[in-house]
Ligand binder design. Structure first.
Ligand code: CA
Length: 340
């Protein structure tokens, strides 16, 4: 029996060391997007309230070659305190622009970005983007732009280059204002694009407004800002060892169990077996370790978040607790020594 306890104590120690080296999973899971608010204008040409060029972190979506033409501008507009918008920039003081004059109606174009994170099983993804319907106005160089009407927009969530969800111009955006486009998508245990890189595409549909021709059309522009992608694990209720309900039996669950060691607590606090008769003990630990899924998979939002975290104190606390558990079992230690 003593030897049996000894092995389990060693098991705790080994897992403590292993888990101390892993990153802690945080509950909030924003997916990293480069230059999500279009404030980084490195490499662009400054022109009064505009910058011209391709925004850092984004590439051009140009299936119709509209975007390469003279009179077509990508870049940013510093929208605070100038004409064109009745409201401030949704994020920071710049918004991205997709403008063209002369290529109206010749097909869509836009921005796209492939993310580091990959599509994971059993996640809910929610993409939110501020979409702007720019109004007519006079630029700081006194040039007037007729920007009445709206050419339409599309916001896409992709995985492996395949569109998995989109908002195809569903919003009616008031002139001179922004509205929030939201695109949601859930994965189950299987999906053709699992493990492939997520992506975002922001499109100006470039459709000539009703009643106009290309010759009479106002200039056509769609603006985007404050791109956000949140991912949430769909909990698996079949795992009672998932004490934090984040979809994984991991480091945090083990921490809870060990924090309640030898205490008469409930199953949701780590007393997984015989909660009515015994405190948290090795039987509970054995169940949790048997259910062990490990931390979030590489490429998931949780993994990315954990990688940014500083060496977490709770990992060291866990290790210390495992050691304390060993030291507290003097009989086990002596038995270990006598066998050497
Ligand atoms: Ca911004």
């Amino acid at each position: 029996m003593i030897i049996h306890m000894e092995i389990r104590s060693l098991l705790v120690l080994v897992f403590g060391i292993f888990l101390a080296a892993t990153a802690q999973v945080a509950p909030a899971m924003p997916v990293a997007i480069v230059n999500a608010g279009f404030e980084d204008v490195t490499g662009q040409t400054l022109f009064n309230e505009f910058t011209f060029g391709t925004p850092v972190g984004w590439s051009l979506h140009g299936p119709n070659s509209v975007i390469e033409d003279v009179g077509t501008f990508t870049g940013t507009l510093q929208s605070n305190g100038v004409d064109f918008f009745h409201v401030t920039a949704p994020e920071g003081d710049k918004v991205s622009i997709l403008f063209n004059s002369g290529r109206e109606g010749e097909g869509e174009y836009g921005y796209e970005q492939t993310l580091t994170n990959t599509l994971q099983a059993n996640f809910i993804y929610e993409l939110s983007v501020e979409v702007g319907n720019i109004a007519s106005g006079t630029a700081q160089n006194n040039q007037f732009f007729n920007l009445d009407e709206f050419p339409g927009y599309r916001v896409e969530l992709l995985a492996g280059g395949v569109v998995i969800a989109e908002d195809d111009n569903a919003l009616t955006i008031p002139e001179g204002e922004f509205s929030t486009s939201t695109v949601s998508f859930s994965t189950s245990a299987s999906h053709a694009q699992l493990g492939q890189n997520l992506g975002i595409r922001l499109v100006n549909l470039n459709v000539i407004p009703a009643g106009f021709t290309q010759a009479t059309s106002p200039d056509l522009e769609v603006d985007f800002d404050d791109v956000r992608l949140a991912a949430t694990v769909i909990p698996e209720p079949s795992l009672p060892s998932d004490l934090t309900n984040n979809g994984f039996v991991d480091f945090e669950d083990l921490t809870i169990l060990l924090a309640n060691w030898n205490k008469e607590v409930t199953a949701s606090e780590g007393n997984l077996v015989n909660a009515d008769t015994t405190p948290v003990n090795f039987e509970d630990l054995t169940v949790l370790l048997a259910d062990w899924t490990g931390p979030a998979p590489a490429g998931s939002p949780q993994a990315a978040l954990g990688a940014q975290a500083v060496p977490e104190p709770s990992g060291l606390v866990l290790l210390a607790m495992a050691l304390a558990g060993l030291l507290g079992r003097a009989g086990g230690r002596q038995c270990l020594r006598s066998r050497r």
